[in-house]
Write a protein that binds this ligand. Sequence first.
Ligand code: NAD
Length: 435
Amino acid sequence: MEKASRREFLRRTGGAAAIALGARHAGAGEASGAAERVVLGIIGPGGMGMSLLRSFASRKDVAIAHVCDVDEKRMAAARDAAGGGGKRPEASKDLRRVLDDRAVDAVVIATPDHWHGPATILALAAGKHVYVEKPASHNLSEGRLMVDAARKAGKVVQVGTQSRSTPHVRRAVELIRDGAIGDVLVAKAWNSQLRANIGHAEPSDPPAHLDFDLWVGPAPMVPYRSNLLHSSWRWFRAFGCGDMGNDGVHDIDIARWGLGAAVHPTSVAALGGKYFFDDDQEFPDTQYVVFEYGDIGGKRRQLVFEQRIWSPYVQEGHENGDAFYGTKGMLILGKGSGWKLFGPRNELREEVKGGIDSAAHHADFLDAIRTGRRPHADIEEGHLSAALVHLGNIATRLGRTLRFDPAAERFTGDGEADAMLAREYRPDHWAVPKG
Ligand SMILES: NC(=O)c1ccc[n+]([C@@H]2O[C@H](COP(=O)([O-])OP(=O)(O)OC[C@H]3O[C@@H](n4cnc5c(N)ncnc54)[C@H](O)[C@@H]3O)[C@@H](O)[C@H]2O)c1
């Protein structure tokens, strides 16, 4: 596979006045006072990936060296979008080409969920820092492998839960953790974003511009169907995590953060299913999940998740939101709009408005790379929150209360549930994670 050299890339992208981060680390000649550029590869510039590409491309301290998508149309659109100012990134459909380029400091992984773990683990093994979209993992066991790989490599892995860098959300969590509403025993996250019916589709030929074999990757091969991609893969178990892992995980992450739950829960109970949609989706459109933490600060605590993705009504003014119930008050939060803090008897004490600050999250990733600190949404946090999605979906499928051993990351005495913590792979595929 052809390797672009770092020096050649910097010359091509007008990098004479700037020097890339990795070059500095490698001891290559650094002009005094030169800005440090992080050289990025964007893997999966689809819906979210294009938004990430535009955000990173707008920064002076970043150079986009590669765009990689298994869909040639998307790859070409991404190359055009990243190529402003005459800087043309390499374009490819096989992520190994990006990882093989020693000029690349970091990769952004915005593929479907089933590629998050495999691509992150391969990228870390290639010495790259990683920004991986949420949910961190497709399944719980890959989440653990991702954390272990990050620690082994000593690289930054930021998960795309941008609320972690959003000022009004950070302030709310700080207040909660400082006791502004007393002791928070219950946190609730909800998702009531309206979703579309994806219909029923028969197997058909994939479009010529799509490498469907690469798209499926390490997952077991399935026939192509028109309602599988793009974007609607998230409703299929082999590739996504349903809406709990899609929009739900943002609010679940905030709820867990405010609750101070830096561990896995000890129990999970759930009910739900497809009460509304008659289509090929494999995940619940209606879901109620309760997690219990056995001991946080000497007390049992609950995290509750509710999902109704067919209802035109919202809770507390937010289609996705969080409520924190404390012994002295309550805080209601919408990550995209703001929060209200109430004292006893619903007395409004403080109200703050604010929108999601994705750029701050991207800046945090770059700063973590430069300083060697953990990012706001470190992979360990991403793993803990994605694990709630996986446990919740497993409990909903099984329809019974499950006991979980947080240290072993296994259910207690439930082989059927344990089997759902991992997934099947395509035999001998190059991207199957080791271990
Ligand atoms: N942080 C957020 O707010 C947010 C919002 C939306 C989506 N997301 C996340 O972003 C990810 C992508 O979601 P989306 O809605 O953009 O999906 P999408 O299907 O529109 O885009 C995924 C892209 O990845 C490409 N791809 C698939 N396999 C690949 C591979 N092996 N190598 C290179 N490219 C590959 C696809 O061709 C497609 O262009 C998901 O994990 C999703 O959860 C995050």
